[in-house]
Design a protein around this ligand. Structure first.
Ligand SMILES: [Zn+2]
Ligand SMILES: [Zn+2]
Length: 379
């Protein structure tokens, strides 16, 4: 898996930096997009990852720097899919979109009023916030789509409500299939904001081809049976069990991607150890009061949260546009992202968390390793 940071700034895109949009590229090439701020479609054209591979989009919250780019990106993907009329008559691709209640109205309104057809279908799953997330004036915000006609490309979506466990902790269940477990947790911000916990399920180890061929087992259906955990019997009557020819399993990796927050602790119960957490650091430590006032964090807060959930690596993003990217200024002065990185490193206090400030187009690789290697990995 790889994380591709398309935009690492907050508020509005500049000529130097985009706003929030992060791609999670899976090993099979499919892509999940997290947030889609204004200008994401430009940023997305500057990377080698194909936009057409986006199968799922997750929106953390409905502030413009996280969602204004979504209708435009959907239309761009549509126009670049290169599908023929014949393709479209058959089965059209599907993009699943997850986001807070109100995301469907936003997409529907923009696509409908602009008369924008799509060459793929989409389905929106809305996370219904809990009262702890609502600002005082939230009642005045009309987020429902009950009165809207569905867009021609829209399939019926779902409403996902919070599940409360026996300890009173809440989460939203987005996916639970053979490969993935994806849950959301709420985090403090000025509007309902979520963080996503993406948990890959353990995968079967690789087949030892050399050993299989030595045993006289040629490629064929038996390989699938062994990988599926079943024993086989060869033509000469030998029984081969999976543990003889299948390597150790690959432990699933966990990635946590948060929306804007001044305190992500309500989500912490969902994570006990993860490969990487993406956390905002809008302002440096000296502007903590300003950060809190606007529902944001400093490097010090982000490190404390990463340590609380046992993250191996902390990647910071969502920097105020006052800070110049590390690729352009390494001076660590008060207007440089390098300063934020220095503050984050200083906050580590010798703990094992790796920390880095992401720059636009920064790529972070999360390798897959068999269990016996992963347990000895130094972080
Ligand atoms: Zn933001
Ligand atoms: Zn925000």
């Amino acid at each position: 898996m790889k994380l591709h940071f398309l935009g690492t700034g907050s508020s509005y895109p500049t000529t130097q930096r985009g706003v929030s949009a992060t791609m999670l590229q899976h090993d099979d090439g499919s892509v999940w997009l997290f947030d889609c701020g204004e200008g994401t479609q430009i940023q997305a054209q500057k990377v080698t990852v194909s936009r057409q591979k986006i199968t799922n989009i997750f929106i953390t919250h409905l502030h413009g720097d996280h969602v204004f780019g979504l209708p435009g990106l959907l239309c761009t993907i549509s126009s670049q899919l290169g599908l023929t009329e014949e393709d479209l008559k058959k089965k059209r691709p599907l993009v699943e979109i997850f986001g807070p209640l109100g995301i469907n109205k936003l997409i529907n309104t923009v696509l409908t009023i602009s008369h924008s057809p799509l060459a793929f279908q989409y389905r929106v799953h809305e996370l219904v916030p809990v009262k702890e997330q609502y600002p005082e004036d939230w009642e005045d915000t009309q987020v429902d789509v009950a009165t809207l006609t569905p867009h021609p490309s829209e399939l019926p979506g779902t409403r996902i409500t919070a599940i409360t466990d026996s300890d009173g902790n809440m989460h939203w269940l987005l996916k639970d299939d053979e490969q993935w477990d994806v849950r959301a947790g709420w985090i403090h911000h000025r509007v309902p904001s979520f963080g996503f916990v993406i948990r890959e399920k353990d995968r079967t180890g690789t087949l030892d081809m050399k050993k299989l061929l030595t045993l006289g087992i040629k490629p064929g259906p038996m390989y699938g049976q062994l990988k599926g955990g079943n024993s086989i019997t060869t033509e000469d009557g030998k029984t081969i069990t999976p543990d003889m020819v299948v390597g150790p399993p690959y432990p699933g990796r966990t990635v946590v991607i948060l929306g804007d927050t001044s305190d992500a602790s309500p989500l912490a119960h969902l994570v006990q150890g993860c490969e990487v957490v993406v956390h905002e650091a809008t302002f440096d430590n000296s502007l903590k009061d300003k950060a809190l006032e606007f529902g944001h964090s400093t490097p010090l807060q982000a490190v404390a949260f990463a340590q609380s959930i046992g993250a191996k690596t902390l990647l910071l993003n969502h920097f105020s546009q006052r800070y110049v990217a590390t690729s352009k200024d390494k001076s660590k002065n008060e207007e440089s992202v390098a300063l934020l990185e220095e503050q984050a490193v200083a906050a580590l206090g010798g703990s094992l968390v790796n920390v880095q400030c992401a720059d636009d187009f920064f790529v972070y690789d999360i390798p897959s390793q068999p269990r016996n290697m992963a347990t000895t990995q130094q972080c």
